[in-house]
Design a protein. Sequence first.
Length: 500
Amino acid sequence: MLTKDLLRVSRGGGGYQPRFTDPSDEALAARVLGVYQGHVGEPKRELDGALAGLERDVDDFKLVRGFAKLLERDAQFGVDAPIPPRRARKAAFEAAESVGVVTGDDRARALAVAADRLGETAEHIDASLFSDREIESVLDAIETDYDPESLREQYDLSLAQTALFDAVSVRIETSEPKALVSAVKRLRLMYEIRRADRGRAVIVTGPDALFRRSRRYGTRFARLLRTVTKAAEWRLEATIDDRGTERILRLDSDDLRHPTAEPVVEPSFDSGVESDFYARFDALDLDWGLLREPSMLESGEYAVIPDFAFEWRYGEFRVFFEIMGFWTPEYVEKKLSRFEELEDVAFVVAYDDSLGVGEEIEALGHRAIPYTGTVSVADVRDALRPYESELRAESAAALPESVVPDADVVTLASLSEAHDVPERAIEAVEFPEHELVGRTLVRPALLDELADELETGTHLDDVETILDDYGIEETSAFLARLGYRVEWEGLSGGTIVERD
């Protein structure tokens, strides 16, 4: 983004159109790049003087300053002084007080006194006095990935972002609505999704727009534009408060393209509440996967993109999940109206307890979970259990009454994976040729073999080796089934003995 004083727009016909560059301006971009590259090792005042000279040679000085503003972010300045400037000033001012500086000769004597006190030369004192002022700093390096073309592309995007500083609302049609809504939510802007001629339009405002016209969210609109330009096709229309006059800014994918230089990666979550919940839920080993910002849901003439979806691991079923933070009453009402129009959708809503909308959410047929500070994973888990019961029952109904695995030893976990059903569904099936020991199915004949191989006094390490040869991992469960327990010998292990 640029500063407002560098904004270049046309206001013809009541519009508000940024004055973008064209390929012919790449020559000027190259000259500005050359000024920076040619002044490495020079004071900033020399660099500024060269840029000022370039401004006088062109028709629009703002364009020169805009290119320079972008390059300045990649410039590294430092202090080049024989003596630390503060130390030099302290010595010089103390000497000047004792000498009494009025004339040039007095100044020279004061510098000589200061130099003598520091064991330096008067020339070093003089050169160091004000070398830490910004204008005297030295351009150490200009490390930039810009070439004339990419500098021009970045300038156009930055110019358009600056034009959005005074936006009060923005309407966007894009071929990537999901990515757009994700960015909108991370920037904590209010939005709604409506039908449009070419699919869907995202209407974006700041929370204050619900009460009064406000420009305080303009910088967030500007940051949003970078995400917009990533899409292959897009159109944007913004209402601009131009010093009290309402104007319309219109842009599309023909005006701007995303610069080749990648921006700073945006955060993955809209808030710490969402990030915290995701981390805690994802750490659990459940039959649900957690998907961030799933597909768009139809809601009458609008659409909704929930924060998350819980995906059943054993079939195509989702429970959508929205976290309602501390929103304004008007925005909550609008959200609830969107939820009301969702059809045939399993939906869970966690809401900030201060909103007090639990009964309204439940009345819409969705499960409501109040929270304060953080969303309780246990409460969400309880909300998912009714769905789990139905889904497991469906999975069990799809299985035969009995199953005969080919292997002599097989775990319930591997069977559930093979049949794409939860383990609890597998538990309800009969296994006429196997016995369940712990969570492992084993043929009785193999149990007889194990009984012959094990005897009292066998070291636990040897027992585990024998069981491992059969593909058995549940040592304790099998020892108990065969009538043994472990008699421990300190931390070094133990031997098996018959159970009492």
